[in-house]
Design a protein around this ligand. Sequence first.
Ligand code: BJ8
Length: 412
Amino acid sequence: MNVDKHDLLCEALPDAFGGIYLSQEKRPEGMNYFNFVVAEIHGVRPTELLEHQARGGKVFGTFCVYVPDEVVFAAGGIATGLCGGSQFWVPAGESVLPVNTCPLIKASVGARLDRTCPFFRIADMYVGETTCDGKKKAWEILAGEVPFHVMDVPQMKRPQDIGRWADEIKGFIKVVDEFTGNRVTPEALHQSIVMLNNKRRALKRLYETRKADPVPISGKDALLATEIAFYDDPSRFTEMTNNLCEELEQRVKRGEGVFPAGAPRIMITGTPMAIPNWKLHHLVESAGAPVVVEESCTGTRYFEHLVEEEPRDLDGQIIALAERYMKTNCACFTPNSNRIQDILRLAQEYRVDGIIDYNLQFCGLYSTESYLVKQALDAQGIPYLHIETDYSEQDFEQLRTRVEAFLERLRK
Ligand code: BJ8
């Protein structure tokens, strides 16, 4: 670790978190746990990972919701998300990658090279995937640093593609077996499938409360909980999220909210927001409109589908995993019309008044798909705003003007 530089990173976080999060009014008590996780972001969880390693366990770092964490936990390993969401790591990423690479990739590579993120230092093996060109080539650079396994995600969703994905999962089990020295048994895989399904159920329960008007929790807080789901201990996360949900459900019964009833309800769709990327939510909610749902991998795509728990043999479980993961509608697939259907369905379920299509700069997949997203929303008369941005604060005022003008349209 580069301790001096790491200290600079840690100095910036409390100010940012205080201004964006702690200044919110009527926050649920249940968010205290998530505040604690952020305050201890480079403390408690990294220590748990190191203790796990001291007991002989392995830690796997992942970058995409397509990597089946169930396999890692079934082999006695721990999976932790590694996506970089901070501008702090972008310059180190740019030292080895083209500048016109998406910020998520630049920050992820930079976090490793910079030696400032304990999660990136602790992981024994990284698991990447072939979802986009930028990631594929970045893996070749990171593979020079750390043991690396790449999963080949199909580009289409025909029956033969699901079969191919099942083969990839089978291959991943073999890699994990060998790397951990533990065999993935059907019993252990069943346990991890149930454990991670429970995490998904808790997140679904949290999002259900966001359908209420007034909404009992801000979009910023819901986003924070979802981001933390990627690296917290899964069982503890589930318990804490269910505690939060109990409080939120009481609020809904009492008609209590964090924004006035009738405030314009916003959906954000598009590229994921890795911690601490809270920029767009902060802009929208500071302008008086709650974000009520995210159609994104740091949103509904992360938890919407469960893995079938019935199969108790390895072959059946692999098929169940393949089928569940292939339901995630990422723009790397062609066609990806199910994502458009998801957006339209969620717009109804969450009673949204307008949709912001969020694109990380230089993500060709999502920015190209936005043409079809806009076409579908125009056809339904749903107001739409497309935003392309990075992790820097440079365009903050310009974005604020655009977001406020969009919200003004919704209020008329
Ligand atoms: S399943 S959205 S987590 S790939 S934003 S790095 S696509 S250039 S993050 Fe993703 Fe998996 Fe898909 Fe979800 Fe590339 Fe685009 Fe950057 Fe992206």
